[in-house]
Design a protein around this ligand. Structure first.
Ligand SMILES: NC(=O)c1ccc[n+]([C@@H]2O[C@H](COP(=O)([O-])OP(=O)(O)OC[C@H]3O[C@@H](n4cnc5c(N)ncnc54)[C@H](O)[C@@H]3O)[C@@H](O)[C@H]2O)c1
Length: 306
């Protein structure tokens, strides 16, 4: 079966692409930039989600489309409403148009647990609009779909837009974590590889035309996460908790009552939080130290001269 993954060069999309390849699917990645994680058994097409002609071409011959391209950062969406509407909403509608003209068996959409939340501003608004367009494409053209509402993800390949990545980076780089909030904020973190595995499992027929919530198995307060990072790094990490002025994020739950409830799925067995954090620490440590060595002139021809 052939599967197109838009946004497959990014954090979540690249893990989805790998999980699909591991499950034996023929994967093509479509993204505005070449994937740094591209495998030999995956194809890459570089292009823009706003280019309708290109979208019409690339969906031909595909069986399933996973749509993960767009602006993924809540704060970026809050400061760029027009681009959010363009890339997240218009881009999705153009891709749906391309899909309904050919025989796509499932349209899988990267939604968010923020979708019907009072938090999340334009990001949540764009996810709501996309889910509504998808449901209507399904009604009008019988385009089958699954909307995956992801919770708080963490894991390798993340960057500064990811909260756990930022906290670990501060700890490793500066020996100090400055956290903005009360520390009482609660999240059900899910490892990106667990999320990717569930995202493949939903290709089963029972998940057709469903909204699925993907979050971690356990609730965790940020203050406990900070302590866990400090303990795991085993060094004297200073933790400072300062008030936050950000409005776009939720405190305890992103869920507000809405008539469009999703079905919650938790991967079992899941990657243990401690194990997942250790992987992130190793990745951040390597990046920070390569950067330091480069700055200090100790890193020559890819080899450490120390
Ligand atoms: N990371 C999370 O915690 C999380 C949580 C919930 C939902 N999601 C959703 O999952 C999806 C992927 O998120 P991510 O964290 O991997 O973000 P990401 O920024 O790492 O990936 C997005 C990808 O889209 C590509 N892209 C951007 N504009 C494009 C365009 N015009 N044409 C083609 N490609 C374009 C980018 O190059 C990037 O590779 C997003 O829709 C996001 O809202 C992510």
């Amino acid at each position: 079966m052939k599967i197109l993954v838009t946004g497959g060069s990014g954090f979540l999309g690249s893990h989805i692409a790998d999980a699909l390849s591991n499950a034996g699917y023929e994967v093509t990645i479509f993204d505005i930039r070449k994937s740094p994680y591209l495998r030999q058994d995956q194809k890459m097409i570089v292009g823009d989600i706003l280019d309708q002609e290109c979208l019409d071409k690339i969906v031909k011959g595909q069986d399933v489309v996973y749509h993960f391209a767009g602006i993924a950062d809540i704060d970026e969406c809050a400061s760029r409403p027009v681009d959010t509407a363009k890339y997240n909403i218009l881009g999705t509608v153009q891709l749906l148009e391309a899909c309904r003209k050919v025989d796509i068996k499932r349209f899988v959409f990267a939604s968010s647990s923020y979708v019907y939340s009072d938090s999340g501003s334009f990001y949540a608004a764009s996810k709501q609009a996309c889910e509504t367009f998808i449901e209507n494409f399904s009604k009008l053209y019988d385009l089958k779909y699954t909307c995956l509402r992801y919770g708080s993800l963490y894991g390798q390949r993340a960057d500064d837009r990811n909260s756990i990545y930022r906290l670990i980076k501060q700890a490793v780089q500066d020996g100090k974590i400055v956290y903005r909030g009360t520390g009482e904020e609660v999240r059900e973190f899910i490892h990106v590889q667990d999320a990717a595995q569930i995202s493949v499992a939903i290709l089963q027929p029972e998940f057709e035309n469903q909204h699925i919530i993907l979050t971690g198995a356990e609730k965790m307060r940020y203050i406990d996460l900070l302590e866990m990072i400090r303990e795991m790094l085993g060094t004297k990490i200073e933790i400072e908790v300062l008030p936050s002025e950000r409005k776009a994020h939720y405190k305890i739950t992103p869920y507000n009552f809405s008539p469009k409830l999703g079905r919650k799925m938790v991967n079992n067995p899941h990657i243990d939080m401690g194990q997942g954090l250790l992987q992130c620490m190793a990745e951040v440590y390597e990046k920070v130290h390569i950067k330091k060595h480069k700055e200090m002139g100790l890193f020559v021809n890819g080899k450490n001269n120390e």
